[in-house]
Structure formats: structure tokens, C-alpha cells
Design a protein. Structure first.
Length: 112
């Protein structure tokens, strides 16, 4: 994608963004290295970070595989994802969830 900025400006912005990102992450490492106990409220809030990140990564591909929202029975990724979510909730087994989810997706794509 062409831009009106010269290469020095673009690389300067990349460098500044990288330094700021590193500083923010390093500050948390430094902060938690100096705190003996994490407050219970912060611990409870941090428990929700992995599921929220996972949902943010996976959900768009389930509901909008082609770029537009498809909440219908024609969306085999959504159906397989819902079945896999049910298996995950019922069994709490990651391997079973992956096998069943991929199996349902494969069946819907190639058999049905």
C-alpha cells in the first residue's frame, strides 16, 4: 500500500510503537516482581483473560467465515464449533473437544 511518508518516518513510527509496547509489558513484569501478593480482585479479573482472548480469536471465524455474518445451518464452522463447545463443557477434555469438533466439521464439509 503506497504512502506519502518517507521510509525514515515509517521506520521511526515502527520503532516508537515497538519501544512503547515493550515498555508497557516490561512495566507489568517489573510491577509484579515488586509486589508480594496480587490483590484478590486482580487475581479474579486475570482468570478471565485466557477465555476472553480465545473467544476474540475464534468467534469471528465461527460466525463470519466469509467476512459476513452467517448464523444459519449452512455455516458448518459454526455448527462444528457449537458441538465442540458442548463437548468441552461436558467432558472438560481438550483432546476430545478437538477430535469431535474437527470430526463434525469434516463430516459436514465432505459427507453431508
Amino acid at each position: 500500500m503506497p504512502t506519502d511518508y518517507d521510509a525514515t518516518t515509517v521506520w521511526g513510527v515502527i520503532l516508537v510503537a515497538g519501544v512503547l509496547t515493550f515498555t508497557i509489558r516490561a512495566s507489568f513484569i517489573y510491577l509484579f516482581g515488586r509486589i508480594d501478593n496480587v490483590p484478590p480482585l486482580a487475581e479474579r479479573a486475570l482468570d478471565y483473560v485466557p477465555p476472553a482472548v480465545f473467544a476474540a480469536l475464534v468467534l469471528p471465524d465461527l460466525v463470519a467465515p466469509t467476512g459476513t455474518v452467517q448464523l444459519s445451518m449452512a455455516n458448518e464452522q459454526l455448527i462444528a464449533g457449537l458441538v465442540a463447545a458442548g463437548v468441552a463443557w461436558y467432558t472438560e477434555n481438550v483432546f476430545a473437544t478437538i477430535v469431535v469438533g474437527m470430526g463434525v466439521l469434516w463430516l459436514l464439509r465432505f459427507v453431508v
